[in-house]
Every structure is written in structure tokens, then in C-alpha cells.
Design a protein around this ligand. Structure first.
Ligand code: FDM
Ligand code: MG
Length: 211
């Protein structure tokens, strides 16, 4: 078991508000890790390709409404249904770069006024990231980058609430804040400086949230 964990892939999660540059940086990081000879896969939550993901997509597109509790549990279930694949890849030595995870689940739901401790429960036991890169961007700069689309949650006032919750969730033992301002290349260098020591170290066996 220890041999397996010594060579396991690392779970790197990107979090942050909309337009902070997560998706761009995830793609850059994957490219860089592969160029340096690592096995690396990109994952994204919500994963809209599953049947639960399709329900989430319909909710985000405002095609259907759901009770806050229901959509919260669907987002969590969408992570749980990906857990076997993730575990297999990690134990097989593939690094995973994940665009959003359980922290988005809590931040967006709690920003609606839901109880934070209630929101945390369904994700207890998911694989714990080895590093969370929390991307920040001044909200005025974020709205300059591109217009928000029509999806639910893509509103400036709501994003401000989400940001507040993310700040409460930050855990300095495995989170690193990366400022999303600057060129894509400059931000990527900052990201890589954080990730590089993580992929080359022995992080021990996989751990679980929130223990
Ligand atoms: N979101 C994302 C949630 O509300 N809960 C979650 O658990 C996750 C993973 O879904 F507004 C929100 C965050 C965002 C929306 O995300 C869709 P993408 O990254 O724009 O696809
Ligand atoms: Mg979006």
C-alpha cells in the first residue's frame, strides 16, 4: 500500500469565482505537466456529461428550478459518481487537475443563505485534494474580462457573497491563493511554482474530506 501511495498521482483542485481564470490555468497546467513527462488528466465539476450532470446543466441554464437542498445534493452526487474513476487514476500514478470541487459546492449554496455546516455534510469522505489553488481576481477586473453569460449565479452581487464564503473555507495547510491578475503566462508560472513541489513530493496515502 505504501509503495502504491508513494507513486500515486496528486489531486490538484482549482477554486474561485467565475471569470477568475481557473479553466485557462487548468489547461495550461495540464499542458505543462505533460510536457514535463507526467501523466495528467483534466476533470471539471460539475461534470455535465452524466445524467445527474444534465439535471445540473438544466438548472444552471434556468430551464428548470430545484429546491436549494436538491440542487446542492445533485452537485455533491455528481462528485461522488466521479470518485471511482478519480481514485483509479490517482492510484495509477496520474495527476488530476480539477476545475472546481466541493468548495464551490459549499460556497455557492451557502451564498444563497443555506447553513454552511449542512452544506458540508454530503461531501464528507470525498478524496481530499493535495493542493487547492484559490484564484482571486478583483471583481471589476473580472467583469472586464468578458460579459457574464446567462447562467444562474453569474451576477456580480452574488459572486461577492460567494467570495466571502470561499474566504471562510480557506485552509492554509493545503490552500494556496494565486492572484489571477497579469498575463496568462505570468499567472501560470505562479501556479506552476505552487504545483511543482506537490507533484514531486510523497504526499502519503489518499486522504478524505473533511478529516
Ligand atoms: N457550482 C459548481 C455550484 O453551485 N455547486 C457546485 O458544487 C459546483 C461544482 O455551478 F456557477 C456552480 C458554480 C458555477 C456553476 O460552474 C457552473 P462552471 O465552472 O461555470 O461550469
Ligand atoms: Mg460558468
Amino acid at each position: 500500500y505504501s509503495t502504491m501511495s508513494a507513486n500515486r498521482g496528486k489531486l490538484i483542485v482549482f477554486e474561485g469565482c467565475d471569470r477568475s481564470g481557473k479553466s485557462t490555468q487548468c489547461a495550461k497546467l495540464i499542458e505543462r505537466l505533460r510536457k514535463e513527462g507526467h501523466k495528467a488528466e483534466l476533470l471539471k465539476f460539475p461534470d455535465r456529461t452524466t445524467s445527474i450532470g444534465l439535471m445540473i446543466n438544466n438548472y444552471l441554464a434556468n430551464n428548470v428550478d430545484q429546491r436549494d437542498e436538491v440542487i446542492h445534493l445533485l452537485f455533491s452526487a455528481n462528485r461522488w459518481e466521479g470518485m471511482q474513476k478519480m481514485t483509479n487514476l490517482l492510484l495509477g500514478g496520474t495527476h488530476l487537475v480539477v476545475d472546481r470541487y466541493a468548495y464551490s459546492g459549499i460556497a455557492y449554496s451557502a451564498a444563497k443563505g443555506m447553513d454552511l455546516q449542512w452544506c458540508r455534510q454530503p461531501d464528507i469522505g470525498l478524496t481530499k485534494p493535495d493542493k487547492v489553488i484559490y484564484m482571486t481576481l478583483n471583481r471589476d477586473k473580472a467583469s472586464e474580462r468578458a460579459d457574464f453569460g446567462g447562467e444562474r449565479y453569474e451576477k456580480k452581487e452574488f459572486q461577492a457573497k460567494v467570495e466571502k464564503i470561499f474566504e471562510q473555507l480557506q485552509d492554509p495547510t493545503y490552500w494556496q491563493v494565486v492572484n489571477g491578475e497579469g498575463t496568462i503566462e505570468d499567472v501560470h508560472e505562479n501556479v506552476f511554482n505552487v504545483v511543482s513541489p506537490v507533484v514531486s513530493s510523497d504526499c502519503g496515502p489518499l486522504k478524505k474530506l473533511w478529516t
